[in-house]
Design a protein around this ligand. Structure first.
Ligand SMILES: *Cc1c(COP(=O)(O)O)cnc(C)c1O
Ligand code: SF4
Length: 442
């Protein structure tokens, strides 16, 4: 593979920033905030944030706060200034991590939630940023965002076909935290830490368990592996959430990857714009811009996540020339209808995020309450294609168990053949014949 000298030169004179040894542990817990005596009746959130909150461009580069989050802050954190609330370190330090903290915001837990929180050993830790908690309904246990972050008892039930590592990522890891499944690209798990844990997480076997540290030793092994394989042209940095690393450590990784001549592009997978949009600062974006071509996959689940805060984060990234794609996991009772999905993809398009993948939920242990039949996913694609902008239609994929990779599933538009004509139906269900070309016998 040829590389232009200009790129090689730019890369080689770039100095890796010094590697700051930050603490690998979870950030301090939120006990401090609990010292503020607060009334703990129902938070002022009658209805969830709707996409009506989306504001048009140009978007203010200063912090935008949606009214629901602002009222939540005033109620639960009256001594916390807007500036502090918008500081991502504050958000991370004040994450909701225990059942006792959770009941401050959700005084009436459902039986299912209570059982999970008090009576059992949950596999995936609980963590929700105060910002994301402000979007969670205190009244409705079936609200989409609440279901994605608050554990329920069904999470503890393993049904047939489920596994802790259904995609066999471990078996395809030549070094710890690096998955090499496809010929020309690898998945590098930077760390196992997220600001907010999704109950359906594919990597719940690793995330939040302190098993994958972003230590120099481990990352050096992964980098050495990538350096030794000239066929790797695309490195996907994920985790955990890479943006939970400090700017310096993240830059160290990006810089090291960028200097590898055969690595043509770097991708970052993150949920930060949805759960911790405060992390996307002008300073971070300025740093990211130095590592182009840099692409990003943002994890969005539901239109309620598309707030002015998220929009601001996305616009900072998009303005830095970073192409933004979204990855959405199809979840039963959360986003498994054409209406919700259409609303979500439209919100994403308005935030300049191109819907990339719609994932069938992996058969991770304790996921049966989240999984839909694949027919649901295909019906959603059928309900989008033709009915809305082609750019807004993601590719629906099933990650094949045992490491087979992503397999796209499409509704079938071919009805059959009549002579040399291909008989198809369009999005409205009307029949069309296409005069197919003859295949020359070889
Ligand atoms: C999803 C994934 C990738 C990237 O796949 P794309 O289809 O190129 O986005 C790479 N490696 C692993 C292990 C993956 O799961
Ligand atoms: S953000 Fe991703 S890695 Fe983190 S808990 Fe959610 S699905 Fe898992």
């Amino acid at each position: 593979m040829e590389h232009t000298p200009a790129i090689a030169e730019r890369s080689s004179d770039r100095q890796a920033p010094s590697f700051l040894e930050e603490a690998d542990d979870e950030p301090p817990d939120s006990s401090e905030v609990l010292r503020h005596p607060q009334a703990s009746s129902t938070p002022p959130m009658g209805k969830s944030a709707k996409n009506g909150l989306i504001v048009r461009f140009p978007v203010s580069r200063t912090t935008a706060t949606n009214p629901v989050s602002r009222m939540f802050r005033k109620r639960f954190f009256p001594k916390v200034s807007g500036k502090l609330w918008n500081d991502w370190h504050w958000q991370v330090a004040h994450r909701i991590r225990t059942a006792a903290e959770l009941t401050r915001y959700i005084p009436l837990l459902s039986k299912d939630e209570e059982q999970a929180l008090y009576q059992a050993d949950i596999r995936l830790p609980l963590a929700v940023t105060p910002y994301y908690m402000s979007l969670v309904s205190p009244a409705d246990p079936d609200q989409a965002l609440r279901r994605t972050v608050v554990p329920v008892y069904r999470e503890l039930i393993r049904t047939p076909g489920e596994a802790d590592d259904p995609l066999s990522e471990e078996a395809q890891s030549p070094v710890p935290g690096l998955v090499h499944r496809y010929p020309d690209r690898v998945l590098l798990l930077a760390l196992d830490f997220c600001s907010t844990y999704c109950r359906y997480c594919t990597r719940s076997r690793v995330v939040g368990h302190g098993a994958l540290h972003p230590t120099r030793t481990r990352l050096e092994r992964a980098l050495t592996y990538i350096e030794s394989k000239p066929e790797i042209r695309d490195v996907l940095l994920s985790g955990g959430d890479p943006f939970l690393l400090g700017d310096d450590r993240l830059e160290w990784i990006l810089c090291r990857l960028h200097r590898i001549p055969h690595v043509e592009i770097i991708r970052i997978g993150t949920k930060v714009p949805a759960v911790l949009p405060q992390r996307i600062t002008p300073k971070l974006v300025k740093m990211l811009k130095r590592y182009h071509p840099l692409w990003m996959s943002l994890h969005f689940t539901h239109p309620d996540e598309c707030t002015p805060e998220s929009q601001r984060a996305c616009s900072l990234l998009a303005d830095a020339g970073i192409p933004l794609g979204s990855q959405t996991v199809l979840l039963k009772g959360v986003n498994d209808t054409v209406d919700i999905m259409k609303n979500l993809v439209h919100c994403l398009m308005k935030m300049r995020v191109r819907p990339y993948y719609l994932y069938q939920c992996d058969p991770i242990s304790g996921s049966s309450h989240f999984r839909t039949p694949v027919e649901t996913g295909m019906e959603i694609i059928r309900g989008l294609r033709g009915f809305t902008s082609g750019y807004a239609v993601p590719t629906y994929v099933v990650d094949a168990p045992a490491g087979g990779g992503k397999i796209p599933l499409m509704p079938d538009y071919i009805i059959g053949r009549e002579g040399r004509n291909l008989v198809m139906k369009n999005y409205e269900g009307n029949r069309y014949q296409y005069p197919n070309a003859f295949c020359d016998p070889i």
